[in-house]
Every structure is written in C-alpha cells, then in structure tokens.
Write a new protein. Structure first.
Length: 53
C-alpha cells in the first residue's frame, strides 16, 4: 500500500463545483506521478499520449 500523505494548507483547492484539486506542491510532496492526468501535474504526464514529456 502507498503511504498516505497528510494534507496541509496549499496542497489543494476546491472548485466551484466542490471538487478537490491537488496543487503542484502536493504532487511534488507525494513524489511520483499517478498517471491520472492531474491538472497541476509537475511530472508532465499527458493522458492523450499516455506518456511523460
């Protein structure tokens, strides 16, 4: 099982629709790409090409 990273201020924000969106700060703290096409992915994953930059 992957380690659970505790959430801190600046790790996410809520959209007007109520969705939680993780920031680049959180992704870097987590330390790996989940390959889900996250909006703020610092690892450059692209769902359309199924690959990284």
């Amino acid at each position: 099982m992957k380690e659970r990273i505790p959430l801190e201020d600046g790790d996410y924000y809520l959209t007007p629709e109520g969705y939680k969106v993780f920031t680049e700060k959180y992704h870097l703290k987590r330390g790996y790409c989940c390959e889900s096409g996250c909006r703020h992915c610092p690892y450059g994953y692209n769902r359309k090409t199924n690959g990284h930059r």
